[in-house]
Design a binder for this molecule. Sequence first.
Ligand code: SF4
Ligand code: SF4
Length: 278
Amino acid sequence: MKQVKRRKKTLRTFVQIFFFIVIALITVNHALEEKGMATIPLFASASTHAVCPFGGVVTLGQLFTSGTFISKIHESSIVLMIAAFLIAILFGPAFCGWVCPFGTVQEFVGKIGKKIFGNRYNRILSPKIDRPLRFLRYVVLLWVLYSTTVTGKLIFADYDPYYALFNFWSGEVAISGIVILFIILLLSLLVERPFCKYACPYGALLGLFNLVRIFGIRRRDSSCINCKACDKACPMNITVSTAEKVRNHQCISCLKCTSEAACPVPRTVEFAGGGKEA
Ligand code: SF4
Ligand code: SF4
């Protein structure tokens, strides 16, 4: 059983590292090409915006009203946006838990935080403060959609820590983006995925798919021994132990709570379709 658990964990880590490297190489290649420097052979060149499905979302307003894209956004973002939406209908925000390189970076910094703060890591904020803060990302989402549509510019790029992470060395990143990146990395030592939880506009949008997703986290009450291992394992602090079907808008489909990863009772927390909601 331990071996299966390790294999599942390794698979997600492998997928996360794979996407991190691919996105990093593509965006570095783009910056090198822009500067007229030698690029990495055999590797595509595209801006961070062109390989981000959220670029497709923010350009929709302009696309519908004038038939054009926001500057720096291309068809590729629309294709990626549709693919991410289809995956989200089936599996929820798997993009956040498995693909997004900025989620991966926060998670890896969090491993250091876990070593420093032990059991207090990711449990520092009281639920009274934490719960309402989780809705802040919807405010960010509305602001980004509104300001991008009104100005026709990628306003969020100046504040986006994901963009800053991959482009800080290029001289094209606003100081606000660098500062936010630095703050998020520091916060990641205390809280798991702080940007995903409180500020990511794309995470907010994908999080809504948790309400309608076909496959999700199901808990079998009849075999549950109420040990709360699933709650402790959840990076998003979701109380899995009281749900029959997780519909929380913050779930990132990481599968860390399942019987194949955390729950000690086989076939009690599973990733499946159907089931009663709680
Ligand atoms: S641990 Fe389970 S409930 Fe928590 S985010 Fe991951 S899949 Fe969702
Ligand atoms: S880890 Fe499994 S047994 Fe423990 S509370 Fe969660 S569902 Fe129940």
